[in-house]
Design a protein around this ligand. Structure first.
Ligand SMILES: O=c1ccn([C@H]2C[C@H](O)[C@@H](COP(=O)(O)OP(=O)(O)OP(=O)(O)O)O2)c(=O)[nH]1
Length: 160
């Protein structure tokens, strides 16, 4: 069973009322990265390729808090700290307005016990403007059996 947005909100911070949806909680875009160098997925480990944060627009006539993204692939870090409670698994979907603008956010599995400010793959199939802090995604929780909790290298990532 999927949990209500109000339940998910108890595990996401900070949140405003506008983020709480019937079936999940909207996540905002904090930093958009562009990958520069290849990564590596090995049998015994992984490396994330070098990346750079996209500049926020600096041209005078443009909004200084907006990412102007040409078609391509990006990694976006969400603005909220997420804690996946025991007995659950998380998935992130794009906000439908993002998808209707020819962009897609892809999710991997958010494991029970994970805490941090995670990241998603943002595929831009048509140039788009995304204001920093805008809602772009929705996190949902499903009840799930598990034996262990997440204890990997991303535990506690991007939180002060
Ligand atoms: O779209 C996603 C999906 C998951 N996560 C977070 C939560 C998840 O619990 C953690 C690790 O994911 P996963 O176990 O798939 O990563 P891994 O590459 O197998 O890393 P590890 O070796 O640390 O398990 O990353 C994200 O930030 N974005």
């Amino acid at each position: 069973m999927f949990r209500s947005g109000a339940f998910v909100a108890d595990h996401v911070s900070p949140t405003t009322d506008a983020q709480i949806q019937p079936n999940g909680v909207d996540l905002t875009a904090d930093v958009v990265f562009e990958q520069l160098e290849p990564g590596r997925i090995g049998r015994d480990g992984k490396e994330i390729g070098e990346r750079v944060a996209r500049p926020l627009e600096e041209l005078e006539e443009r909004d200084p808090h907006t990412y102007y993204l040409p078609e391509g692939s990006y990694v976006v870090r969400y603005g909220e700290r997420i804690a996946i409670p025991e007995g659950h698994v998380g998935f992130v979907y794009p906000r439908s307005s993002l998808m209707r603008n020819s962009c897609m956010l892809n999710t991997a599995v958010w494991d029970a016990g994970y805490e941090g400010r995670g990241e998603g793959l943002l595929q831009v199939h048509h140039d788009v403007e995304i204001e920093r802090g805008a809602r772009i995604a929705q996190l949902v929780f499903a009840e799930a059996n598990h034996e262990d909790v997440y204890d990997g290298s991303y535990q506690g990532e991007n939180v002060e």
